[in-house]
Design a protein around this ligand. Structure first.
Ligand SMILES: Nc1ncnc2c1ncn2[C@@H]1O[C@H](COP(=O)(O)OP(=O)(O)O)[C@@H](O)[C@H]1O
Ligand SMILES: [Mg+2]
Length: 315
């Protein structure tokens, strides 16, 4: 396990405006997006123990300002954010049909798609950071040139001692072809220290028979630390060439599965940054995921996060 040298985290990706129905055709505004969800939970759990923020691009409009204000109010760093005078944040609406939720996106022209346009901005935003987290969705929303620039910046970051975590979060609809998607994800593994895949995604899109097949494939790409999530199934963790299986405790009342994987990543990576051992990191991930599964939406409540065992004493 590669040591995380600075208690400073940046999630690279897109936060969207979320419109969630509250009845009678009314909607509540929130913010979500896989890497943002992970960063948000890390920030709430770690509090003053670490500086957690995002590397992203927003508009210069009032809605983008409101998001920056919300991040700051939630104790998140806003230094890695660039502003785009010509673009705005992406948005999605949740529609309910009984208990079934469907998601409708307006994100094709979002500012975040240009977060890797400027290599100087990336280098600057990564300066002094200990841990970077990104996902397959981050890669999917960039142009091929943007992906090249991001990978080059991550290579420099790792050469300077930085640790890179990746959740493949495979979403074929965001890619122009399956070949491009597989090639980009495989290439990204070459710059990944901690991979956090979900077995379902890897089975469907890379044909892995089981979690061990995923572990072997990612190790062959050079990833040392592979954490395979599998919903209620066990978490398989491979590091330093050894493999351990951790059972997932049942969650009493699952209300909504949205964002469980993102929250798991937050608990795991936060404990990891605090220097906890592998079993504690997995346990922290499972508890954070359980907090999100027990309520609606991709973010747990602040009070639910505050009742979790503290990051410096997790067991
Ligand atoms: N049915 C469940 N029971 C208990 N824990 C669950 C359940 N579903 C998900 N989890 C927790 O959430 C984590 C991530 O779940 P998974 O479904 O693999 O990710 P994703 O949300 O990305 O699809 C799991 O490792 C586990 O800790
Ligand atoms: Mg996921």
């Amino acid at each position: 396990m590669k040591m995380i040298r600075h208690r400073s985290v940046r999630a690279i990706g897109e936060a969207m405006v979320e419109m969630a129905p509250v009845g009678d055709g009314l909607y509540r505004r929130g913010y979500a997006g896989d890497t943002y969800n992970t960063a948000w939970h890390m920030a709430q759990w770690l509090g003053l123990r670490a500086e957690v923020g995002m590397i992203t691009r927003l508009g210069e409009d009032r809605l983008s300002d409101a998001f920056v204000e919300a991040m700051a109010a939630d104790g998140m760093a806003v230094s890695g954010i660039s502003r785009d005078p010509a673009r705005r944040m992406g948005l999605y609406m949740i529609e309910l049909d009984g208990v079934e939720r469907s998601f409708h996106y307006w994100r094709d022209t979002s500012a975040a798609r240009h977060l890797a346009d400027d290599p100087g901005f990336l280098a600057n935003a990564l300066h002094g950071v200990g841990l970077v987290h990104l996902s397959g969705i981050t890669l999917a929303i960039l142009s091929p040139d943007g992906r090249d620039r991001l990978l080059a910046a991550l290579a420099d970051f790792r050469a300077a001692g930085g640790v890179v975590a990746l959740d493949p979060n495979i979403r074929p609809r965001l890619w122009s072809s399956l070949e491009e998607m597989r090639a980009a994800l495989t290439r990204m593994m070459g710059q990944t220290d901690i991979a956090l895949p979900s077995l379902d995604d890897e089975r469907t899109h890379f044909g892995d028979a089981d979690a061990m097949a995923t572990v072997r494939r990612l190790q062959a790409c050079g990833v040392d630390e592979v954490v395979v999530k599998d919903g209620p199934g066990p978490v398989i963790l491979s590091t330093n060439g050894s493999v351990t299986e951790y059972l997932t405790p049942p969650v009493a009342k699952i209300v909504d599965t949205t964002g469980a994987g993102d929250a798991f990543n937050a608990g795991y990576l936060a404990a990891r940054m605090m220097g906890r051992d592998a079993a504690e990191c997995v346990g922290a991930g499972q508890r954070m995921a359980a907090a999100v599964l027990s309520q609606h939406g991709a973010l747990a409540t602040k009070s639910a996060v505050s009742t979790l065992p503290k990051p410096d004493s997790v067991v």
